[in-house]
Design a protein around this ligand. Structure first.
Ligand code: PLP
Length: 437
């Protein structure tokens, strides 16, 4: 049975929990509580912002549904309902671990990438405080890393930030040079969210582990959907992922913690997750994350070539436009990720005008768009502010079609041209509101 009927056959054009069988949906008047309103945009927009988040895949939703309905037990309860939830949670640990080359006990379930990163960095920093107080990181990390480290700085930790080249790559030699006898932790991302650049983590790990007792944390939130991750082959001590980047549910993530590595728990309460993360677990979320990760990994050999073709089509068309330059590494980059800077326009004006045409792209990371801040990533790569303001990011995913890409590319070209001709962003929307397709 399909967990979610396609919008064309759904009762009201929306996919709804609880309408997976053929019973008519209960009329609102008889509902016990008011339904959560659905934001209706009409026809499906073109969505090229998979680096920000991805749609929940139907297989994950279907696997989750029992744990949101009849199998609602608390995995810490001893009775049958609890044991059923516990079995599902244990299996989710096993399946996530298997896909990362880890053991089930090395996986800590969290509320997402940000929490995994906070737990990794703060937990490892406080656990290592007696040995040293220095932490090494890069200038292009996500704010979940940067702001967590800035927080630790207020408590006496010293943060050493290594720079990157024009393509956003960290030089392993520079990481090595930044290590001292007082260094306890290094945190470098596997792939960058804004420019898609992939870092040489295995080489960095070799340098880091040449010094005894220094831990390496890797933010793999952006990479987990698209790159094979084997924590043993990469030789990392801690690694963070978040399910919503690979078509799993939002609000759930995992931290890999190498067996025998000690971190200080960051929240106190019950003994869940082997005392490393207190709080009743999100069983449905864990189940959804496990299925989504498994499918992403299993489909990767076939899906990567398709994503690369879509990405390269975007890159080919955009970089032929005058004053448009690819940002990030030309080859060592995520297969789904195209990022550019467009001279003489503001990226947020382009994104806004495209939104009015039902095309979703981003100016950079989901977390910095909406603010006027210029990207710290592009600044670290040497882009002056006026160029960085023209940043655009188009990221494709499994559900992106060729038509989506062509529609978006036609719209991007028109919008850039009209903005350069002096049209205000809002005026670049088509006269008749309608779908992108
Ligand atoms: N790290 C990177 C590289 C990201 O791209 C993101 C989200 O965009 C995060 C961390 C935060 O993850 P989450 O949204 O799961 O909290």
């Amino acid at each position: 049975m399909d967990a979610c009927r396609p919008p064309s056959t759904a009762v009201d054009g929306h996919c709804r929990l609880g309408t997976t069988d053929d019973r008519p949906a209960r009329p609102p008047a008889q509902s016990r509580s008011a339904p959560i309103p659905v934001y209706d945009r009409g026809p499906m927009p073109v969505y090229l912002d998979h680096a920000a988040t991805t749609p929940l895949r139907p297989e994950a939703l279907e696997a989750m549904l029992p744990y949101l309905t009849e199998a609602f037990g608390n995995p810490s309860s001893a009775h049958a309902a609890g044991r059923r939830a516990r079995a599902a949670l244990d299996e989710a640990h096993e399946r996530i671990a298997a896909r990362l080359g880890a053991g089930p006990r090395e996986i800590i379930l969290t509320s997402g990438g940000t929490e995994s990163i906070n737990l990794a960095l703060k937990g490892a920093a406080w656990a290592g405080k007696a040995r040293g107080h220095r932490i090494v990181t890069s200038a292009v990390e996500h704010h979940a890393v940067g702001h967590s480290l800035a927080h630790l700085e207020r408590y006496g930790f010293e943060i050493e930030t290594v720079g990157v080249d024009r393509y956003g790559r960290v030089d392993p030699d520079e990481v090595e040079a930044a290590l001292t006898d007082r260094t306890i932790l290094v945190s470098i991302m596997l792939a960058n969210n804004e420019v898609g650049t992939i870092q040489p983590i295995a080489e960095i790990a070799r340098r880091v582990h040449a010094r005894r007792g220094v831990l390496l944390h890797v933010d793999a939130v952006q990479a987990a959907a698209y790159l094979d991750i084997d924590v043993k082959a990469l030789d990392v001590d801690l690694l963070s992922i978040g399910a919503h980047k690979f078509e799993g549910p939002k609000g759930v993530g995992a931290l890999y913690l190498r067996a025998g590595t000690h971190i200080v728990a960051q929240q106190q309460g019950g003994s869940q997750e082997r005392h490393r993360r207190a709080g009743t677990e999100d069983v449905a979320g864990a189940v959804g994350m496990a299925i989504a990760l498994e499918l992403a990994c299993a489909e990767r050999p076939a899906s990567t070539a398709r994503l690369v073709a879509l990405r390269d089509r975007i890159r080919g068309v955009l970089t032929k436009l005058p004053g448009v330059e690819l940002t990030g590494h030309p080859r060592q980059r995520l297969p789904n990720h195209c990022s550019v800077v467009v001279r003489d326009v503001d990226g947020s004006d382009v994104a806004m005008a495209l939104d009015l045409r039902d095309v979703a792209i981003s100016t950079g990371s989901a977390c910095t768009s909406g603010s006027n801040e210029v990207s710290h990533v592009l600044a670290a790569m040497g882009y002056p502010d006026e160029e960085a303001r023209g940043a655009l990011r188009l990221t494709v995913g499994r559900t992106t079609t060729d038509d989506d890409v062509e529609t978006a590319l036609a719209a991007v070209g028109e919008v850039i041209e009209s903005l350069r001709a002096g049209a205000p962003a809002a005026a670049t929307a088509p006269a008749v509101a309608g779908g992108a397709g």
